[in-house]
Design a protein around this ligand. Structure first.
Ligand SMILES: Nc1ncnc2c1ncn2[C@@H]1O[C@H](COP(=O)(O)OP(=O)(O)OP(=O)(O)O)[C@@H](O)[C@H]1O
Ligand SMILES: Nc1nc2c(ncn2[C@@H]2O[C@H](COP(=O)(O)O)[C@@H](O)[C@H]2O)c(=O)[nH]1
Length: 197
């Protein structure tokens, strides 16, 4: 992932960047929105999580995730290297702590794309984090997107939809909700939120 510097940052000099967490049910379009935002603003830094999930076709180690086995993930947890971690639909996911803290200390805005459990943990440990919930236009559209992506087996889709019901019920815990009707619009709104004081 490309490094950022204050020189290329979209952050106005009088704004103190903070941590933004983007969450929402599986399939709502979090990765799509973030990828679009980063094509327009490649200088925005996105944390790369560690996961025990196997890579999907096209996913690259160190770019989309750090793909690790159970033993390596155990070590990351035991050594305190994760800012937060959670089990989601049968796999573990966690945010490498050092990289996030380094960026914040350098005065750069930081974006995490993580699940509800992780968002709750971040809120507990970093009370000025901004929590953004990405919602689908409807339940039917969420099912269509998750199924249409074609990356999960039917039983995994069922697990993710069960988790989605819990995540949708937690929307009120977030500071802001964005409805993902248009990827371009939501990406723009997300960037605006990230740059607000
Ligand atoms: N606004 C949108 N309109 C129509 N389709 C969309 C929209 N946003 C995303 N999609 C599609 O929905 C599918 C799921 O998107 P994506 O993989 O980004 O979801 P996600 O929230 O990151 O899921 P997960 O949490 O499972 O990783 C993809 O096929 C994507 O192209
Ligand atoms: N708590 C965390 N959740 C994370 C992290 N990285 C990703 N995720 C979330 O997991 C699910 C499933 O992701 P997928 O790539 O397998 O579809 C999704 O909600 C992600 O946002 C993390 O570091 N911590």
């Amino acid at each position: 992932m490309a490094a950022t510097s204050r020189g290329t940052s979209p952050v106005p000099p009088d704004v103190r960047p903070r941590l933004t967490v983007l969450s929402g049910p599986s399939g709502v379009g979090k990765s799509t929105v973030v990828a679009h935002m980063r094509t327009v603003h490649p200088e925005v830094w996105l944390s790369v999580s560690a996961t025990t999930r196997k890579p999907r076709p096209g996913e690259r180690n160190g770019v989309h995730y750090f793909f690790v086995d159970d033993e390596e993930f155990d070590k990351l947890v035991a050594n305190g290297e994760l800012l937060e971690w959670a089990e989601f639909a049968g796999n573990r996911y966690g945010t490498p702590r050092r990289a996030v803290l380094d960026r914040l200390e350098a005065g750069e805005p930081v974006l995490l794309e993580i699940d509800l459990q992780g968002a709750r943990l971040v809120r507990q440990s970093m009370d000025d984090a901004r929590l953004v919930f990405l919602a689908p236009p409807s339940w039917e559209e969420l099912v269509r997107r998750l199924t249409g992506r074609g990356t999960e087996a039917p039983e995994v889709i069922e697990r993710r939809l069960a988790a989605a019901k819990i995540e949708l019920a937690a929307e009120a815990e977030f500071d802001t909700t964005l409805v993902n009707t248009s990827v371009e619009d939501v990406a723009r709104e997300l960037l605006t939120l990230m740059l607000q004081a």
